[in-house]
Each structure stands twice: as structure tokens, then as C-alpha cells.
Design a protein around this ligand. Structure first.
Ligand SMILES: [Zn+2]
Length: 123
């Protein structure tokens, strides 16, 4: 993907994360006491590093919904910085531009995403 195009998606992602953070702050007041922006950002490393099953389950539960989306957005921003943005994390092929325009945080191509969703539903 061209640098110029990445910058365009970066703007979209930054706007998206701003929007999600606002949503999380609103939810946080009532339901997720600890769900501030910092916690949401830290959840991904927490979920991955936690060896304790309970910790991991808690992290996974917290990471649901908007926090999960925020995580996807922040990972996409990382991939822009690394220059790997726009490639499927599963098969490494370019993700269709149309898909990225609708869903800039997409990390898998349509084929891999639908396979992934099927696997998730089988759990
Ligand atoms: Zn793929």
C-alpha cells in the first residue's frame, strides 16, 4: 500500500479511536469502573501475558465490545507505523481497499475473517 493511502487510513483510525474512547468513558461510569482509556490500551498486553486463567478471562471479558474495537484500532495504528498495514495477519495477502474503507481496523481479509468467525462460533 502507498504511504499516502496509509496516511488516509491513519486519519480514519485516529477518528475512530477518539469516538470509541468517548463511548468507553460513558460506559465506564456505570458498568466498567476501571475502563478508562489507559486500561483499554493495556488490555491487549494484559490478556496475552496473563498466565492465570482467571486473569485472562477477566481481561477477555473486559476486552469485549468497545474495548475490543479500540484494541483493533490501536493495533491497526501500530501496523501503519510498522508499514504492514493493509495485509491480512493470517494469510499475508493485501486486504481489499473497499473492506478497509468500511472497516479500517480490519486485520484479516474477508476469507480469513469468515473462517475465523466460524471457528469462534464453534467454541
Ligand atoms: Zn487472509
Amino acid at each position: 500500500m502507498l504511504k499516502r493511502e496509509m496516511q488516509k487510513f491513519k486519519k480514519l483510525l485516529l477518528a475512530e479511536s477518539e469516538h470509541l474512547l468517548q463511548g468507553i468513558r460513558t460506559i465506564g461510569k456505570d458498568t466498567l469502573e476501571a475502563a478508562n482509556a489507559e486500561v483499554a490500551m493495556d488490555l491487549s498486553s494484559f490478556a496475552e501475558s496473563g498466565t492465570d486463567t482467571n486473569d485472562r478471562e477477566t481481561a477477555m471479558r473486559l476486552a469485549s465490545g468497545e474495548s475490543q474495537m479500540l484494541r483493533d484500532v490501536s493495533e491497526a495504528l501500530d501496523r501503519i507505523d510498522e508499514g504492514t498495514y493493509g495485509k491480512c495477519i493470517t494469510c499475508n495477502k493485501e486486504i481489499a481497499k473497499k473492506r478497509l474503507e468500511v472497516f479500517p481496523a480490519a486485520k484479516r481479509c474477508i476469507e480469513c475473517e469468515s473462517r475465523h468467525e466460524k471457528e469462534m462460533n464453534h467454541r
